[in-house]
Design a protein around this ligand. Structure first.
Ligand code: SF4
Ligand code: SF4
Length: 181
């Protein structure tokens, strides 16, 4: 987890002032009006259980600390519950801003190992969650076929799903992603 900005010395070369422009262009158009009131942090259910601080993330984005924000695992701690978006006195689309930054992070090659693993499973099987023995057993108990009528049982369906992932560059994206610091 990162420490509060006030305790850090920010190097000029770490600042990218085009970062916030890109966030604004992508839809979080009021982000510059943030008054650092902290309401978003105080209502955040994720912040109650982790060191994630929404206000700090927004502040760092406004300071242009692109690399630090995009490479931080904190970016992935938001549960996208929208509470901060509903409560922000400046009506900033906080959740949208976080999703925008997540998209940027993946484009830049950053992704949590867990997400990468789930994505690799999706590419390989058409499902992010594997069909393990427990799932098979549960299906049997419910009177369902052990293997669902999805990409698990249809080679053709799997090829179609993989083709969609290829055409949308999802496979390319996952192959190039590294991991958060
Ligand atoms: S609630 Fe809104 S104005 Fe207040 S710190 Fe969060 S984003 Fe900024
Ligand atoms: S949307 Fe994310 S940052 Fe906002 S309150 Fe919910 S978990 Fe926290």
């Amino acid at each position: 987890m990162t420490s509060p900005i006030s305790r850090e010395i920010i190097d000029d070369e770490d600042i990218d002032l085009t970062f916030v422009d890109a966030i604004v262009r992508a839809g979080a158009d009021r982000i510059r009006t943030c008054i650092q009131c902290g309401t978003c942090s105080s209502v955040c259910p994720s912040g109650r259980r982790t060191a994630f601080r929404t206000r700090e993330l927004i502040r760092k984005a406004l300071l242009g600390l692109k690399e630090e924000v995009l490479s931080s695992p904190d970016l992935w701690l938001c549960a996208t519950c929208l509470t901060c978006l509903e409560r922000c006195p400046r009506q900033i689309k906080v959740t949208d801003a976080i999703i925008i930054m997540r998209n940027m992070a993946v484009e830049e090659g950053y992704m949590l190992p867990q997400h990468k693993k789930a994505s690799q499973k999706l590419i390989k099987t058409g499902h992010a969650v594997p069909l393990d023995d427990a799932n098979r057993e549960m299906r049997r108990e419910l009177g369902l076929s052990e293997i669902p009528p999805t990409t698990h049982s249809s080679e053709e369906a799997l090829e179609q799903v993989q083709e969609i992932m290829r055409r949308t560059h999802f496979i390319e994206l996952i192959e190039k992603t590294g991991e958060c610091k």
